[in-house]
Design a protein around this ligand. Structure first.
Ligand SMILES: O=C[C@H](O)[C@H](O)[C@H](O)COP(=O)(O)O
Length: 227
């Protein structure tokens, strides 16, 4: 069993009958969704899923997981998702798979958020992983220029066909290659990005996660986050 599978299966244990569950996106969340699908089929688990991307929606539909959109539910009990980096103070970067917008919306309406990662994602400071910023196409060249002027090393994300990548909402992603985000500056950076016209969302997920499940060795490690 690989580490992503280990944490996906471990996290699925937190899913109980009757819950409304946010289903994350990416290669780690994939295993969570597979395990929930298995439990529905084999154990009669009864949940409603709220997906965070078209890819996860398709996977969940294939597995027969009942789904509702975020606008059809009163709340979300628990969201389980992957992450690209988690700092020692449990802040995160997400959006490596371009799903940050729906992920952040679902996470922000969730009573509890669990992140599942392999140990390579646990870092001291954020920023080695490029910070994704989702922007609307109109004005995106101006934002690229602004980020360049601020020495934030922006790169407009391309897809496998070398075309500009479009998110599930038809937006672009600008990745900021920051190398390191000082802990004291993380909130200010998030506030500044939120203030820019044309920025829809960014990949800094601050004060969101409640529990981190880390895949390492033969056993997952569970870290409770007190806020
Ligand atoms: O946009 C994608 C999401 O934020 C993913 O949860 C994140 O990129 C981690 O993905 P993976 O588990 O594939 O490393």
């Amino acid at each position: 069993m690989n580490l992503k599978q280990m944490v996906g299966i471990e996290a699925a244990k937190y899913v109980k009958d009757g819950m409304i569950v946010g289903l994350g996106t990416g290669s780690t969340a994939y295993y969570l969704v597979e395990e929930i699908g298995r439990r529905i089929k084999e154990e009669g688990l009864n949940i409603t899923g709220v997906t965070t991307s078209k890819a996860t929606e398709q996977q969940a539909l294939n597995l027969g997981i009942p789904l509702k959109s975020i606008d059809e539910v009163s709340h979300v009990d628990l969201t389980i998702d992957g992450a690209d980096e988690i700092s020692s103070d449990f802040q995160g970067i997400k959006g490596g798979g371009a799903a940050l917008l729906f992920e952040k919306i679902v996470a922000s309406y969730s009573d509890k958020n669990i992140w599942i990662v392999d140990e390579s994602k646990m870092v001291d400071d954020l920023g080695k992983f490029p910070l994704p910023v989702e922007v609307i196409p109109y004005g995106s060249q101006q934002l690229l220029k602004l980020f360049k002027e601020k020495n934030l090393s922006p790169i407009l994300r391309l897809n496998k066909e070398n075309e500009i990548l479009k998110t599930d909402s038809g937006n672009y992603i600008i990745d900021l290659h920051l190398k390191k985000i000082d802990k004291e500056q993380t909130h200010d950076l998030a506030t500044w990005l939120n203030s820019l016209a044309g920025v829809v969302e960014h990949g800094l997920f601050l004060n969101i996660v409640n529990l981190v499940i880390v895949g390492k060795g033969t056993e997952p490690e569970t870290l409770e986050v007190s806020r």
